[in-house]
Design a protein around this ligand. Structure first.
Ligand SMILES: Nc1ncnc2c1ncn2[C@@H]1O[C@H](COP(=O)(O)OP(=O)(O)OP(=O)(O)O)[C@@H](O)[C@H]1O
Ligand SMILES: [Mg+2]
Length: 253
C-alpha cells in the first residue's frame, strides 16, 4: 500500500498517506483507537473501497479487473468483517459452505447444491478450527469464541492466500482470544496463509504478529515488532524501545 489516502465523502480524509508492506506468510497486525481508520484500511485491502489517492498493490499488481491474474489474486482474499457476517439461524456446516459458493456454477450456487467433495472439505476445515462435532448446531447457539471459529472456517473454505480479520478476538476474554489466535496461527502454517488482523489489544498483537502498525487519526504513526525481548521500530529505524512505548498510548477498550 503506497501513500494511500481515503475518504467517504471526498472531503474529510479518513486515512492520510498511509504506506505499508505485508510480507507473504506473515502475520501483520493493525492497532489503533476507535475511529482511527482501521476497518477502512481493511476495506481498501480487499477492494471494497478505492483510495482517493495512492495505490494498493496485490502481488505487486495494480488493480485492474481486466487483468486475469489480478482478478485471480483478489479472489484469494478471505475477509472476516467486524460483525462476522454469519447466518445465525443456519447450521455451522451451512455457514462454512458459503465459503465454497464462488467455486460453484451459478445454477448450483443459486440452489446451494454442494458437491460431496465440498462438504468433505467443510468438515476438514471445521476439524481444523476444532468445531466438527458441532457442525449441525445453529450458529445462534454457539459461544462467542465458537462463532469466531465458524467465521474463520468459512474464510478458509475460500482457499485464501490472504486472510483479513477485523477485530475477530476483541470481544473475547483473554484465554478464548488466544485460543482463537492459535487457530489462525495453525491455519497460517498449514496453508502458508498471510494474515492481516485488526486488534484492540497491543499485548496480544505483539504476541502473535511479526509486525504491528499503529494507526492514529488516519496516520500510520508506528510500525513495530518484537525481536528477542526488544520492541523494534521498523518504520523509521530510529526510535528506541522507551520512545516507542512513550509514543504509543493503549487505545481505549
Ligand atoms: N461508511 C462510512 N461512511 C462515512 N464515514 C464512515 C463510514 N465508515 C466509517 N466512517 C468514518 O471513518 C472513520 C474511521 O472509521 P473506521 O471504521 O475505519 O474506524 P475503526 O478504526 O475501524 O474504528 P473501530 O475501532 O471503532 O472499529 C470514523 O470517523 C467513521 O465514522
Ligand atoms: Mg473498525
Amino acid at each position: 500500500m503506497r501513500n494511500v489516502s481515503a475518504s467517504y465523502d471526498s472531503k474529510n480524509l479518513i486515512l492520510k498517506n498511509v504506506s505499508m508492506n505485508v510480507k507473504r506468510g506473515t502475520n501483520y497486525a493493525i492497532v489503533g483507537a476507535s475511529g482511527s481508520g482501521k476497518s477502512t484500511l481493511l476495506k481498501l485491502m480487499n477492494g471494497m473501497m478505492i483510495p482517493s489517492s495512492g495505490v494498493v498493490l496485490y502481488n505487486y499488481q495494480k488493480p485492474d479487473l481486466k487483468n486475469k491474474e489480478y482478478k485471480k489474486s483478489i479472489a484469494k482474499i478471505g475477509y472476516i468483517p467486524q460483525t462476522l457476517g454469519l447466518v445465525k439461524n443456519t447450521s455451522v456446516l451451512e455457514n462454512v459452505l458459503i465459503g465454497a459458493l464462488p467455486r460453484l456454477s451459478n445454477f448450483k450456487s443459486f440452489f446451494k447444491m454442494f458437491p460431496k467433495e465440498e462438504i468433505e472439505k467443510a468438515h476438514e476445515v471445521l476439524d481444523l478450527v476444532g468445531l466438527d462435532t458441532k457442525s449441525n448446531r445453529k450458529v445462534h447457539m454457539l459461544s462467542g469464541g465458537e462463532k469466531r471459529r465458524v467465521a474463520i472456517a468459512r474464510a478458509l473454505m475460500q482457499k485464501p492466500d490472504v486472510l483479513l480479520a477485523d477485530e475477530i478476538v476483541s470481544e473475547l476474554d483473554s484465554v478464548t482470544a488466544r485460543e482463537v489466535m492459535d487457530v489462525i496461527k495453525d491455519a497460517q502454517k498449514k496453508f502458508k496463509l498471510t494474515a492481516i488482523m485488526i486488534h484492540h489489544d497491543m499485548t496480544l498483537a505483539l504476541e502473535y504478529a511479526n509486525r504491528v502498525a499503529v494507526i492514529q487519526e488516519g496516520d500510520k504513526i508506528l510500525e513495530i515488532g518484537v525481536d528477542g525481548d526488544q520492541i523494534i521500530d521498523f518504520q523509521t529505524g530510529n526510535l528506541t524501545q522507551e520512545e516507542i512505548l512513550e509514543m504509543y498510548n493503549e487505545p481505549e477498550k
